[in-house]
Design a protein around this ligand. Structure first.
Ligand SMILES: Nc1ncnc2c1ncn2[C@@H]1O[C@H](COP(=O)(O)OP(=O)(O)OP(=O)(O)O)[C@@H](O)[C@H]1O
Ligand SMILES: [Mg+2]
Length: 250
């Protein structure tokens, strides 16, 4: 039975889609059969971040309607072996997706893949609930600003209310100089959100560059982020990889 992981944050633009794509790619690179699902119904963009410019016309609503099977709809990634992608519907909103039917689909995904990573939309509304319900693990993505960390705390509480008791934190877009100025360190960030740290991602210009060149980040060779994401993937699979001690690394 596979592990179902939701990547989320209440606040928009913290890096959920970037982290979903990178972690799913990393899991596949390590040999795990991984499904990456866009749950940002109506505002989907995970396909672009994965470098899938010729994405399939099918999406998960075609499976929910009974028209298609999961395995014929999940698209194998042309460059990253073992990585599959399932598109979100473009037109409807999350309210139009029946939660019961989506829960059944999640069970099926768990049976067919080692890991299922779902990219949740911004906000803590219907789309968040659709993506998060029944997850084995919730990954909360924040940036190192106080407002984002506080939002992460709220997200952790909402996940707990949905029964997702296992949570991890990713602090994204860390720029050591800015952190020194703000006097924030890693323990404060973890305490604020109340979730164990999965890892830290540097501010890395190769992340938007890869998207603009329509290349998947983990095949593009992101400068700092590649190794940071691979460390997180190893932690997710149970390896003991030491965590960075302080966000304020010099
Ligand atoms: N570590 C990073 N370094 C530099 N740029 C980054 C980093 N992480 C994300 N970005 C950029 O920040 C922007 C937002 O990232 P992303 O789309 O992953 O966020 P999101 O949380 O999914 O947004 P939304 O809430 O709108 O779905 C993108 O342009 C992305 O390339
Ligand atoms: Mg997104």
């Amino acid at each position: 039975m596979g592990t179902y992981i939701v990547v989320t944050s209440g606040k928009g633009g913290t890096g959920k889609t970037t982290c979903t794509a990178a972690l799913a790619s990393g899991l596949a690179i390590l040999g795990h059969r991984t499904l990456c699902v866009d749950c940002d119904v109506g505002l989907r963009n995970l396909d672009m971040v994965l470098g899938l410019t010729e994405a399939s016309v099918w999406d998960f609503s075609d499976i929910l309607s009974g028209e298609r099977e999961l395995l014929e709809t999940a698209e194998p990634h042309p460059e990253i072996e073992g990585l599959f992608f399932l598109q979100a519907p473009a037109v409807s909103g999350p309210e139009q997706v029946a939660p019961g039917a989506f829960m059944d689909l999640k069970e099926q995904m768990r049976q067919e893949f080692d890991y299922v990573l779902i990219d949740s939309p911004a906000g803590l509304g219907a789309g968040f609930r659709l993506a998060s319900e029944g997850a084995d693990l919730g990954i909360i993505v924040t940036t190192p600003e106080l407002t984002s960390l506080r939002d992460g705390q709220r997200t952790a509480a909402e996940l707990a209310a949905l029964g997702v008791s296992e949570t991890r934190l990713i602090v994204n877009r860390v720029c050591p100089r800015a952190l020194r100025a703000s006097r924030m360190d890693i323990d404060q960030a973890i305490d604020l959100v109340g979730a164990r740290l999965l890892g830290v991602v540097s501010e890395d210009e190769s992340i938007p560059q890869a998207v603009n060149l329509e290349r998947p980040l983990m095949a593009f060779g992101a400068k700092y982020a590649y190794g940071q994401f691979m460390d997180m993937v190893r932690r997710l699979t149970g390896e003991q990889v030491p965590l960075p001690k302080r966000l304020r690394a010099d």
